[in-house]
Structure formats: C-alpha cells, structure tokens
Design a protein around this ligand. Structure first.
Ligand SMILES: [Fe+2]
Length: 160
C-alpha cells in the first residue's frame, strides 16, 4: 500500500526543482562553479525518479484526458534532458568564460518553464479516481526507491 499523496509530492518535487534551477542559474552567473555543480548534482538525483514516474505512470494515465498531447509532454522531456546535458557538460569544465557562464544560466532558466508547465498537470490529476491515484502513488514510490539519476536514466533505461 502506497503511503504518499502523488498530487502533494508532485508539487513538492517541483518546488525543489525550481529552487535548484534558480540556484544553478545564480551560481553560474556569479561564476560560483562548485555551487552550480553541487546543485546540478542534486537536481540530477531528484529529477531522474520524477521524470521516470511521469513517463512510466503519470503521462500514460493522463492520456485519458490529454490524448495525443501526451506525446508533446514526452518531447518536452527530450528537450529538457538535452538542456540538462548541455549544462552538465559546461559545468564539468574546470573554468568557464563569461559567455559559457551565461549559456549555463540560460539552460537552467529554460528548464524553469518546464517546471511551471509540468506543475499544471496536477489540475488534471485531481480528476483521477482514488484507485488510479493509488496506482500512481505506488509507481512514484517505486521510482524514488530505484533512485536512478536523470542522465543515467535517459542514457540507459529510457530508450528514446
Ligand atoms: Fe514534472
């Protein structure tokens, strides 16, 4: 029996992601690379299970309401993963030029749009039955327990 509330946890995840992205953008702009790298590492760890839950459980369930528009959400993830990889590649460098710092900060800010769009899906999830929400909760827990970070998940399990 799942114990978490998928609607509450979904929003809570988005708050954490929002804060981490703002930290990354701010740190990259200031040239504080250790801080930017640390926040990106935390983001990678927490977004992996979140994206996995979305693609394996939430999106297929929301197809009832959204139909083919679910495919658009998956393509948005393609873009978000590519952007995260760009930021990771830049921040892995020993030092960054002013232009590179701006590119890393822009990448983090671009991902903020996905966070705010994604959070809007909760308004649809509220219309799911108790049984469906319970199934989502179980997937959410399972995905968190597996704990595969974003880039590793994208490169190994995701299969796109
Ligand atoms: Fe999300």
């Amino acid at each position: 029996m799942a114990t978490l509330d998928p609607i509450v946890e979904f929003r809570e995840d988005h708050r954490k992601v929002r804060d981490l992205l703002l930290d990354i953008a701010g740190a990259a702009e200031k040239g504080d690379l250790p801080k930017a790298r640390e926040s990106l590492g935390n983001l990678d760890k927490m977004v992996g299970p979140h994206f996995r839950y979305e693609e394996e459980a939430l999106y297929p369930t929301l197809r009832t309401f959204l139909g083919k528009y679910v495919d658009q959400l998956i393509s948005e993830h393609d873009g978000a993963i590519a952007t995260a990889k760009t930021a990771a590649a830049l921040l892995a460098k020993p030092s960054l030029s002013a232009e590179e710092r701006k590119t890393a900060a822009d990448a983090a800010r671009a991902l903020l749009v996905h966070v705010s769009n994604c959070d809007g899906l909760n308004i649809l999830a509220e219309r799911l039955s108790g049984q469906e929400l319970d199934r989502l909760a179980q997937h959410y827990e399972g995905s968190r327990k597996a704990g595969v970070p974003l880039i590793k998940w994208a490169d190994t399990i995701r299969g796109r």
